[in-house]
Design a protein around this ligand. Sequence first.
Ligand code: C5J
Length: 234
Amino acid sequence: MPGVPAEPYEFSFELAHTALLIIDMQRDFVDPGGFGEALGNDVSLLRKAVPPTARVLDAARASGLLVIHTREGHRPDLADLPPAKKARGRLKTGIGDAGPMGRILVRGEYGHDIIDELRPRPDEPVVDKPGKGAFYATDLEAILHSRDIRQLVVCGVTTEVCVNTTVREANDRGYDCLVLADCVGSYFPEFQRVALEMVKAQGGIFGWVGESADLLPVLTHAALRERAPQHAPT
Ligand code: C5J
């Protein structure tokens, strides 16, 4: 089994049973001029994760890994938006309202969609989720089950909210998660640090934390090995 240097120890994975999960790389969170920036956040802290995630995405595609993208958002009629979520933050302009890139976190709107650099291919499932966790009220578990996926390489935003919630949900369902520290981002540097600490604490209580530069060569090598003709023992 290929292994990636990680904390708290090496992350071993099987290519055929591993998926890349890219969480909520949506314009409204990541792009300048979106909802995240309108709230006063420095989106450059999230944008840092885009180039390494694009490299991991390329390598995953070349290696034949299942790639799954998620988007946080709601039905245009907001029927799946809990009143508590709508009210939270007492924002003047919040979920469902007209924002700088269309209605905020509403499916079908420009700001809700995934950034151009990481645009999903037609054969890559996009999971629309109404909550922070990607398993809540979605078909993610059915997709993983039907492809016999047991391990997840996780990228996306934000580290302490949707990434952390999803990794915890995945962990409880029996998935091993490798979170790539340079491929996840937070508007708050302290939260980025602590959220990654939490994943790998206590012997990897929620999973593993690694770096894309350590995963990339392992992924490429594993894919080459799998494709190499097998010689029967003489
Ligand atoms: C995500 C959020 N994707 N911070 N959402 O983390 O509200």
